[in-house]
Design a protein around this ligand. Sequence first.
Ligand SMILES: Cc1ncc(COP(=O)(O)O)c(C=O)c1O
Length: 488
Amino acid sequence: MASNRPADSSTEPLHRQLYTRLREDILARRLAPGSKLPSTRALAQDLRLSRNTVLGAYDQLLAEGYLECRQGSGTYVAQALPEGPVKTTAGLPKKSRAPRHVSKRGRLLARTPLMAPHEIPPGAPDPISFRPGVPAVDAALLKEWKRASRRLDRLPGRLLGYGPPEGHETLRRAVAAYLATARGVRCSYEQVLIVNGSQQALDLASRVLLDPGDPAAVEEPGYLGAKGAYAAAGAKIVPVPIDEAGIALDRMPKGARPRVVYVTPSFQYPLGVTMPLPRRLALLDWASRTGAWILEDDYDSEYRYAGRPIEALQGLDEDGRVIYMGTFSKTVFPGLRLAFVVVPPDLIEPFAGARRLCDHHSPAFEQAVLAQFLEDGRFVRHLKRMRAMYRRRQEALIAAVRERLGGLVEIRPADAGMHVLAWLPPGWDDVRAATHAARAGIETLALSRFCLRKPARGALLLGYTALEEPRMREGVRRLAAALQTFKG
Ligand SMILES: Cc1ncc(COP(=O)(O)O)c(C=O)c1O
């Protein structure tokens, strides 16, 4: 019997501690089935607890069937418990020592290439992050977002139940209209599926389009999220080099015949090349001839600072080979986890089926707020403001790097995107340079992290969009100090 008083030092309430102890005594048969428990008053006195504490523990055990009350007689340990003592541990279940069975897919999932890790070790001084692709989330955006959600004060009941896997119809219509005018995407709203981030679009595409062992092409260097989704589907990854016009199809390994190719034509991730029209047409022609699908990831095309915005590859596609995806992670905020994928009509059903099995659909309330945000014109106004802010921030970053690191790294302005590349002196190992900077509290990403083969020259990706200028200058000053003490 739990004769010791529960410890006052525990963070758990006393009634919960008493409950746990009695439950363990019952399961371990230290309290036999059918045995009588002391009255709550007697036990409270014995353990110097309040009677309410004991009542709380007894009530819980009664509700869970460990105890039973007999009218006029008292409280007993339930008779109907399994034979013999049940082993319990007070703490968490122990990790199994021998490896236990998981599926081949499970093993692949455990090994998939992950997003580049956060580099800053715990305890590093005052961290400043140049991590690319992180948007500025300022007070003005939050105010606009709140305003859009307030307009949904009277929630229609249908928003609170299950919704369609393809997404909220108003949002799909608003996205289709936006994509037609801003990105030259040609589609009906039925082809627009709302997903939880473009990562989910990549995962769904890999499930729907790839069987284990199928070849699937990626840009080299390229986005780890695409490689990870392919790898998890058991596909054979085919890296295709990038040249000055983007993915170099003529350098695809001979006989590879990929079923899918992942590309970022607006601003190649991470090198920042924009694919010109002749290469776009060649890519579409190649896909038509070989029957391959093209995954077009238009992840940050909204941020173009020079020249005319370049329309999406999807808008040139006559053969329905392009699966186009974009995300609100870069244009609103990443925690929203909303993105869209525009699929050719014959892929709507398999994508919707995969989605239903995965998680039914994206949260309905957030979809409705986002639809409101787009429909009110707030989204386009927000983008315009961000574009101007990011252009200024990129200029400030380049000026600071040239001032502090001019003799060491090479940096060129980018016409688009959310990061620039700082090319390191030939022979420098960029992963080691990034690790060295991280120890000084400066987070950057090494280009090599995005490569299956080591690149000819190392570089650091410097994201600038989320950093206010004074903080950014301080970051560059500390990065310069770190790189000056780095020995290649
Ligand atoms: C190339 C690329 N695509 C897509 C994304 C966005 O992914 P998600 O929409 O899942 O946040 C990122 C984010 O870093 C990216 O770099």
